[in-house]
Design a protein. Sequence first.
Length: 319
Amino acid sequence: MLKKKVLICGATGFIGRNIAEAFAATEEYEVHGTYFESEPFRNNGIVFVKADLRKPEDVDRVVRGKDIIIQVAATTSGAKDIVTKPYYHVTDNAVMNSLILRSAYEHKVSHVVFFSCSVMYQPSEKPVREEDFDANAELYKSYFGVGWTKVYIEKMCEFYSRIGNTKHTVIRHSNIYGPYDKFDLEKSHVFGATVTKVMTSNDGKVVVWGSGEEERDLLHVSDLVRFVELALHKQEGAFALFNAGSGSSISVRDLVQKIISISGRDLRIEYDVSRPTIKTKLALDAGVAEKELGWVPSVSLDDGIKNVLVWYSENILGK
């Protein structure tokens, strides 16, 4: 069987690495992965290439000859940068995605998968559907820049799907967690930061930024990898936009307590309300993905936490 050549942009990042390793373990794909600042990891099933995806010549070089592009490369970080440096997630991401989508069109790539997110949605007491996004509503103030940047790129995917033969999949995913996540306290999201605080505390406490009232929808990265696989095989239309989430939210307060409990450590929780936090509640309704792709999450939050704590103990603490 002739393998399909898949390019994973951002293959050394958290989501990119999980996808790259999963695809490299199959017989279906010849896996290529880009990296820039992070050095590539050791995996004989992945061909790594260094590229600055903000440069047209680099983008064309890595896209040429590929059948599938999975675009995970991005400038990402946690709540601190979103609050204090709102421009951080805008310019570079708009540039690199515009170039990748244009190059995919010009080189006649068959399928592009773009990872969006859920920041364009309004906070909600019930799980939100794709059509619940209101382009006339004011985005949550901390998400204004990154949210509209994501919407712009989503529309670029739809645009190119209309003028060419490249199929495009947009995935609005919830908060992803799992192995290879960012666990440093400066750049990590709430899950990775909490795991680090719990597993490294030596003073009997865990300090949480904010009041812990905000709620997040958490999805294990293996469920997201399976989502991509299903989209590549089952998407029928030239363009599709899907939610990918667990369908429920958990407060940061309850999440921290759950991670502490599963870790088996005896720790108390303290709240630092002076630190950056984003007070929203959001969960995603993934009914469209279930109907069109047959996708439903398979990893419970408790099992996912256990998986990450074991991985963290072996790969972070064990080094």
